[in-house]
Ligand binder design. Structure first.
Ligand code: PLP
Length: 402
């Protein structure tokens, strides 16, 4: 029997030109991290000791007092909120989601987004009440001050391309106001490269996905004040049990953090820029398509290629192209956050040079096929959106599913 899972279980290979997306397996885990995980998988280890060693690694990497590892960022959000509700009180930890005392958790309304699941649900799971602050596209100091004046167990701040960015409270102002009221701030940095910023600004906890840019095993890295981290780790005796981080997650996150500290970031950046240059060159003459370099929305050191489609001259809509690319073998996944604006983004971080060339060739080929067939503008965005939603519900785990 082959040990290639793609052959063994009839899986479709994926070329990832979209970034670090949980839905397609997050990231490629490097050999060094896999070796550390493989070694611990064959052994027993005291989990309290392992997690306290992880805390030391996290504290060093982030500048925080302490750290621990959760099963993912979503779990870390729930458990840090839980920690703010219970402290290190084991009876309260076992009682969750029933809460004694203050259970309000403030969240700017523009941060109430969906990262694959809703942010507010990750908070509510702990037993907290989510209090939205401000309006959908504006959060002012007076909104936060009034909410704080009514009391809060914690406040959550989300850094992500998903959030509203215009007219939002800057993180430093948000943290400062919360600290004036002794309200701990949890910062969701799941997909951000800056390991030290929120902690330096005085956040009580900052959360990073171990499996995104860090390229570790699925895990959530939590950095913060030692009291809050202890209360977060102790949640494994309560609701944290349902989102347990095993030894492989903890070691995977530790090894990935250490690799990140040693990594030649400038060399990695140059390799990514070379792939971007290849796309800019190879796609320059596709009719009806314009290209631009697009710096990352939240300031991560990533430049992507933005493809803007003019359907009349291209002969296709951006969404039709994305659907065709996703239907190929290997499946090609592009970044489609703004696809209804006729925009596709290509991300250079998770493709090899060969895959980058294959992506360019596939786009040229599909564009040409649309020109010949004339069917690239048939489906409206509304049709496509409905079809995508229907596809979510068509998932099947039956015997004949493939
Ligand atoms: C990916 C992401 C999450 C969830 O991270 P997981 O580790 O996959 O649970 C939460 N918040 C933001 C902003 C994200 O980008």
């Amino acid at each position: 029997m082959t040990d290639d899972p793609f052959a063994r279980w009839n899986l479709t290979p994926v070329i990832n030109a979209s970034g670090t997306m949980t839905g397609i397996g997050a990231s490629r885990v490097p050999d060094e991290v896999r070796a550390a995980v493989e070694r611990i998988l064959a052994s027993f280890v005291d989990m309290d000791e392992l997690q306290s060693r992880a805390g030391a690694v996290i504290a060093r990497a982030t500048g925080a007092e302490a750290g621990c590892v959760a099963s993912c960022s979503a779990a870390a959000m729930t458990q840090t909120v839980a920690a703010c509700l219970t402290g290190a009180n084991l009876t309260r930890i076992e009682a969750l989601p029933a809460v004694t005392g203050e259970r309000r958790v403030l969240l700017p309304m523009g941060h109430m987004v969906n990262f694959g699941a809703p942010v507010d649900q990750a908070i509510r799971l702990a037993g907290a009440e989510v209090v939205p602050v401000g309006t959908a596209a504006a959060c002012e100091t007076w909104h936060l001050a009034s909410a704080l004046a009514e009391g809060a167990a914690a406040a959550m701040y989300v850094v992500s391309h998903h959030t509203v960015r215009e007219n939002e409270l800057p993180m430093d102002v948000f943290i400062e106001l919360c600290r004036e009221h002794d309200v701990p701030v949890i910062v969701d940095m799941a997909s951000e490269y800056d390991l030290t910023g929120p902690v330096a600004l005085g956040a009580s906890a900052a959360i990073y996905s171990g499996h995104k840019f860090l390229s570790g095993v699925t895990s959530g890295v939590v950095a913060g004040t030692s009291d809050l981290i202890r209360a977060t780790y102790l949640q494994h005796r309560g609701i944290g049990r349902t989102m347990k981080a095993g030894k492989e997650s903890v070691v995977g996150a530790m090894a990935a953090l250490e690799m990140w500290e040693k990594r030649d970031h400038a060399a990695a950046r140059r390799a990514e820029e070379a792939r971007v240059a290849l796309w800019m060159h190879e796609l320059a003459d596709v009719p009806g398509v314009s290209l631009a370099l697009h710096p990352d929305w939240t300031g991560n050191p990533i430049t992507r290629v933005r493809i803007t489609v003019a359907p009349e001259s291209a002969g296709f809509h951006a969404w039709a192209l994305a659907e065709r690319l996703a239907a190929r073998t290997p499946r090609i996944v592009v970044r489609d956050d703004l696809i209804e604006r006729q925009e596709i983004y290509l991300d250079p971080c998770n493709v090899t040079d060969e895959e980058a060339a294959a992506v360019a060739a596939a786009i040229r080929e599909e564009a040409e096929r649309f020109r010949v067939s004339g069917d690239g503008c048939r489906a409206s965005w509304s049709d496509t959106k409905r079809a995508r939603e229907a596809a979510i519900l068509s998932w099947s785990g039956k015997r004949d599913a493939s």
